[in-house]
Design a protein around this ligand. Structure first.
Ligand code: ADP
Length: 382
C-alpha cells in the first residue's frame, strides 16, 4: 500500500510539474506577445476576439478589456470593411501581408496585415504603416508643389531677364520698368516660398523661436490691412471691423502679423470673382477672436480639417488657376498653437469662408481698456 501511495504521489508531482511547465510556457508566450511590436489578434471560429496584445492596443487605440470577448466586427470599427481583403494562409509560413486602411473612429490607420488560419480560429498579425505613408505622401507633395511653385516665378524672371539682355531689342523706359517689376515681384515670391519651407521645417523640428509678449492685435491687423490694400485686385473690398481698443493678447507680434497676413492673402486669392474681405476683432471670454471672412470659393466640409495639413491643397491641379504651396494654413495653425490659441474655419462651397483665430488674453481677468473717444468699443470699419 505504501508503494502504491508513493507511486500515486509521484504521479501527482509529475502531473503538477507538467501543468506548471505548461502554465509557465503559456505565461512566457503571453509575455512575448505583449512585447513584440506587431499587433497580434486571435479570433475564434465565430469571429470573437480571444487575444489582443499590447501592440494591437497601441496601434488601434482600442483596449484589450473592451474588445476581448466581443465579435471583431462589432468591437473594431472598420474591421468588417477590410476583413474580406486580408490574406489568410492555411498554414504558418511566409504570407504576403497586404496594406490597407482601417477606419477607426474617423482616424485612418494604414496597416500591413496578414492572417494564419488554424483549427480553432485565425491569428492576425499587423504592423502600423501610417507614419511611413504620411512621410511618403509628404515627400511626393513636396516635390510636386515645390517644383511647380518655383518653376512659375523662375520662368517669369528668366524670360524678363532674357528680354532685357537681347541686343536686338531696346526696350523703352516703360517696358524696362515693367520687366524689372516682374523680376522684383517674382523674386519676392520665390523668397516667400523658400521662407515658408524653412519655417515649416523649423516648426516640425521644434526649432522655430516664438517670443510671446503683450501685443495689440488691432495694430497688427491694421498694418496687414494697410499693406494688403497696396496691391489689392480691383474687385476686392478689404475692411477692418474692430473696436477702437481691444484687450492685449499674449503672442509673438511678428508671427501673429504673419498669421493675419496669410489669412487675408488667402481670402483675396480664393475670391477670384471678387467680393468683400473683412478682418474683425472681438473679445470673447478670456480670449480675443480674430476672424477673416471672404465671399469667395468656399471649402467643402470634407476638406475643412485637411486644409491645415502641410502641403494640402483642395485643388492641387489648379483647375481654378490659383497657385500655392499648401503651407500657409499649416504655418498659421502651428504658430497659433504655440501661443496657446486655436484656429478653425467655417465655410460652404460658393458661399465664402471665415477663418477664426482665438488667442488667450494677456491678462484674462483685466477689463478692456477704456476707449479714448466716444462711440469707440463698437465695431467700426477702418
Ligand atoms: P495655399 O493657399 O498655398 O494652397 P494654404 O495652406 O494657405 O495653402 O491653404 C490650403 C488650402 O486651403 C488651399 O489650397 C485652398 O484650397 C484652401 N483655402 C485656404 N484659404 C481659403 C479661402 N479663404 N477660401 C477658400 N479656400 C481656401
Amino acid at each position: 500500500r505504501v508503494v502504491t501511495e508513493l507511486a500515486r504521489r509521484a504521479g501527482l508531482a509529475v502531473e503538477n510539474a507538467l501543468l506548471f511547465r505548461e502554465a509557465e510556457e503559456r505565461a512566457q508566450a503571453a509575455r512575448v506577445l505583449q512585447t513584440i511590436a506587431d499587433g497580434v489578434v486571435l479570433l475564434d471560429r465565430d469571429g470573437v476576439i480571444r487575444l489582443w496584445n499590447a501592440a494591437a492596443e497601441a496601434i488601434t487605440g482600442l483596449r484589450g478589456e473592451d474588445v476581448v470577448g466581443h465579435p471583431a466586427e462589432e468591437a473594431i470599427p472598420g474591421w468588417a470593411a477590410i476583413a474580406p481583403r486580408v490574406p489568410v494562409a492555411s498554414a504558418p509560413g511566409p504570407t504576403a501581408a497586404e496594406s490597407m486602411p482601417l477606419e477607426l473612429h474617423g482616424a485612418e490607420r494604414w496597416l500591413s496585415i496578414a492572417g494564419v488560419g488554424f483549427e480553432d480560429g485565425t491569428v492576425f498579425a499587423f504592423r502600423d504603416l501610417t507614419e511611413e505613408r504620411v512621410l511618403e505622401e509628404l515627400r511626393r507633395d513636396l516635390v510636386a508643389t515645390v517644383s511647380h511653385e518655383l518653376r512659375t516665378p523662375l520662368a517669369a524672371i528668366y524670360g524678363s531677364a532674357l528680354t532685357l539682355q537681347r541686343p536686338d531689342v531696346s526696350p523703352d523706359e516703360t517696358l524696362r520698368g515693367q520687366l524689372l517689376d516682374v523680376i522684383a515681384e517674382e523674386s519676392g515670391r520665390l523668397a516667400q516660398i523658400v521662407n515658408d519651407l524653412l519655417l515649416a521645417s523649423q516648426l516640425d523640428a521644434g526649432t522655430a523661436g516664438t517670443t510671446p509678449r503683450h501685443c495689440d492685435a488691432r495694430d497688427l491687423a491694421q498694418q496687414v490691412v494697410t499693406s494688403a490694400r497696396t496691391h489689392l485686385p480691383e474687385r476686392i473690398a478689404l475692411e477692418l471691423a474692430a473696436p477702437q481698443t481691444v484687450p492685449q493678447v499674449r503672442a509673438d507680434p511678428g508671427q501673429l502679423r504673419q498669421v493675419i497676413a496669410n489669412l487675408v492673402e488667402n481670402a483675396v486669392k480664393y475670391s477670384p470673382d471678387g467680393g468683400r474681405v473683412q478682418v474683425s476683432l472681438e473679445p470673447f471670454d478670456a480670449s480675443l477672436r480674430i476672424a477673416v471672412s471672404d465671399q469667395g470659393l468656399g471649402i467643402p466640409a470634407s476638406e475643412q480639417r485637411r486644409i491645415f495639413e502641410k502641403f494640402y491643397r483642395v485643388d492641387p491641379n489648379m483647375e481654378r488657376g490659383i497657385g500655392g504651396t499648401g503651407l500657409g494654413l499649416y504655418i498659421c495653425r502651428e504658430l497659433v498653437r504655440r501661443v496657446g490659441g486655436r484656429i478653425h474655419v467655417e465655410s460652404a462651397p460658393g458661399r465664402g469662408s471665415t477663418f477664426t483665430v482665438e488667442l488667450p488674453l494677456a491678462s484674462p481677468g483685466s477689463k478692456q481698456r477704456k476707449p479714448a473717444s466716444a462711440g469707440a468699443g463698437r465695431p467700426t470699419p477702418a
